[in-house]
Design a protein around this ligand. Sequence first.
Ligand SMILES: NC(=O)c1ccc[n+]([C@@H]2O[C@H](COP(=O)([O-])OP(=O)(O)OC[C@H]3O[C@@H](n4cnc5c(N)ncnc54)[C@H](O)[C@@H]3O)[C@@H](O)[C@H]2O)c1
Length: 254
Amino acid sequence: MQVAGSSALITGGASGLGEGTARRLAAAGASVALLDLESSPGARIADELGGFFVPADVTDPAAVAGAVAAAAEALDGIDICVNAAGVAPAHRTIKRDGTLFPLDLFEFVVRVNLLGTFDVCRNVAGVMATNEPGEDGERGVIVNVASIAAFEGQVGQAAYSASKGGVAAMTLPLARDLGSIGVRVLTIAPGIMDTPMVGGMPEEVKESLAKIHVFPQRLGRPDDFAALVQHCIENSLLNGEVIRLDAGARMGPR
Ligand SMILES: NC(=O)c1ccc[n+]([C@@H]2O[C@H](COP(=O)([O-])OP(=O)(O)OC[C@H]3O[C@@H](n4cnc5c(N)ncnc54)[C@H](O)[C@@H]3O)[C@@H](O)[C@H]2O)c1
């Protein structure tokens, strides 16, 4: 699928990897809609890109259905969906002082990262099913975001890794479900990326995190991620795959 002239919905589009993707796709000629929390700077960024802001909390099914419908109307359809909304709070299963991982925190992480991603996927699939097929009968491309923590979660990441493992695991069945309507589904599993999610950390912590990357030993940038999203969109033989974007990193226990 070509990016120029397409319509793209990007969740988490008001920050970090989602914002970088919105900027790259808009620069390449796509019309963009950003789905993010009402409290986010989504409206300002959408204005800057000549796009639309469709505020929603991905854990609220009615809000997700409304935002996807609003995006489809504003963009006159949805060809591309990138699910980058996510959260990453950490907590040990049991802390040294005996505090147990709060179940409501675990549930919150899974609701945002896994259920939220799936809810957007199913609503977007409903819209894509009505698209006119393009080359190869293609009607759409969905790119979800996992993490290398799906495979090598560190101390404190039980909930985050479970949620991202779910995103990785559903990639193939989603691709199989949606193949019949001409929609491809891919997942990108990033290493450590320099976004507001890790941006609050002190420089020396960021430098030590970057060292888990084999080469180059720098944090990933939102545009490294966005460039891979663009390739996923343009290469119609990529489907049902989880792609690591991590400069060769394999995370240790902490
Ligand atoms: N930064 C990294 O190192 C890294 C590594 C691997 C994976 N990831 C994943 O990449 C994705 C993007 O992360 P990022 O680093 O750009 O983080 P970020 O915090 O910069 O952006 C996340 C965005 O998601 C939005 N969001 C959070 N909860 C939401 C909800 N309930 N409904 C709607 N929007 C919501 C936030 O408002 C924010 O704009 C996340 O899924 C994250 O887990 C990030």
